[in-house]
Ligand binder design. Structure first.
Ligand code: 5GP
Ligand code: MG
Length: 173
């Protein structure tokens, strides 16, 4: 498998992102909201570098873009604590069309968040069809299907410590 981003590079970049989060959130408690399931590994690494008080919240979003209703995003916030009046740092694994992040920002605003900053580990170049500008971005990557470090293919490969490119001939289980 082609390794796009090594474990070492991910570690360095996550440290740098955490430094910025530490600087920006030094003065206020906040909630790190991870978008399930892809952001879990990133969240676990990032929060261990955060030096200020924060809570963790999780929200589930899945899009069914190859079904009869393309682009439908289903959101489940049953695991999310009350975020009314809270400052949020919303984390996702990868920004592709931008729909997930844009829709969840809207959703969390409606639930009364005081402020929302967004952070993505990866951003695919030239793929955004919805205007959304993350406050923090780990890496810009080419338009390839990537796996590892939380990102899956058919719910596998999330455990890989690096970001890899899924080989074209990988059979769907
Ligand atoms: P968007 O809503 O921005 O189009 O898509 C974001 C979601 O699509 C991500 O949270 C992720 O679940 C999924 N996704 C987009 N590109 C990739 C990719 O290259 N690999 C994997 N594993 N998931 C992706
Ligand atoms: Mg996802």
């Amino acid at each position: 498998m082609e390794v796009l981003i090594s474990e070492d590079r991910i570690r360095e970049r996550v440290e740098a992102l955490a430094d910025r989060v530490n600087a920006d959130f030094a003065d206020r408690p906040f909630v790190v909201v991870g978008i399930l399931t892809g952001s879990l590994v990133f969240l676990a690494d990032l929060i261990r570098r955060i030096q200020h008080p924060h809570q963790i919240g999780l929200i589930h979003a899945s899009s069914y873009r190859n079904s009869t209703t393309p682009g439908t995003l289903v959101v489940n916030d049953g695991l999310l604590p009350d975020i009314k009046g809270k400052h949020l740092l919303l984390l996702d694994d990868i920004l592709d069309s931008g729909q997930t992040l844009a829709r969840l920002v809207e959703h969390l605003q409606h639930k009364g968040a005081a402020s929302i900053r967004t952070c993505v580990l990866l951003r695919k170049i030239g793929r955004q069809t919805i205007a959304v500008e993350p406050d923090y971005t780990g890496f810009e990557i080419p338009d390839k299907f990537v796996i590892g470090y939380g990102l899956d293919f058919a719910d596998d490969y999330r455990h890989l410590p690096f970001i890899g490119v899924l080989p074209d001939n990988t059979p769907h289980p």
